[in-house]
Design a protein around this ligand. Structure first.
Ligand code: DLZ
Length: 171
């Protein structure tokens, strides 16, 4: 119940800045592709809905979630993305592989964001089972791809706003 109250997919569209003129990278993991493609659809459609130019949305696929950070880095380097959305799904299995992948990806995306000043949005699902993944990829807990896209737009807008403030200080 508590998480239903925190379902950010039901955001207020009017309060989201325009994504016009922003350059986005989206990196999608192929593992659990039914889930990651649903996340992608949510993210891509949300960027378009808020005014992003399809020509300025650059999408690449990587084999698994562990490769998301290097995919994000490539998009920053080659496409000069203002923000990168990383989409993946690591389902808990019999071993602890999920912990290694999830923590590595979270930590690498954070480091990449801070090192490059490009927001690298964490759109990695870390479910215990497939149902939890479906619930978050267009199910009862919304679509975390939508939320990742909204976060990306807001972070780029914040950066533009802060840069603008810097330029006008002193007048
Ligand atoms: C190896 C592996 C496993 C077991 N499970 C997943 C998963 O649930 N989701 C996912 O995105 N990737 C998985 N991978 C692949 C790793 O992310 C990575 O691609 C390989 O370890 C090669 O580096």
């Amino acid at each position: 119940m508590a998480s239903a109250l925190k379902n950010l997919s039901d955001y207020d569209e009017k309060n989201i800045p325009s994504a016009e003129d922003m350059i986005f990278g989206i990196v999608v993991a192929e593992w659990n592709k039914d889930i990651t493609h649903a996340l992608y659809e949510g993210a891509y459609n949300t960027l378009i809905k808020h005014g992003a130019d399809p020509e300025k949305i650059h999408t690449i696929q990587v084999p698994g979630s562990y490769e998301l950070p290097i995919g994000a880095k490539l998009l920053i380097k080659t496409k000069k993305a203002d923000a990168v959305i990383s989409l993946g799904c690591v389902i808990k299995g019999e071993t602890t592989h999920n912990e290694y992948i999830n923590r590595s990806v979270a930590s690498a995306l954070m480091q990449l964001s801070l090192a490059t000043n490009v927001p690298c949005i964490f759109g990695l699902l870390t479910p215990n089972d497939e149902q939890q993944a479906k619930d978050r990829a267009g199910g009862k807990h919304g679509n975390k791809g939508v939320e990742a896209a909204v976060t990306a737009i807001r972070m780029v807008a914040l950066d533009k706003e802060m840069s603008e403030t810097k330029r006008t200080i002193g007048f």
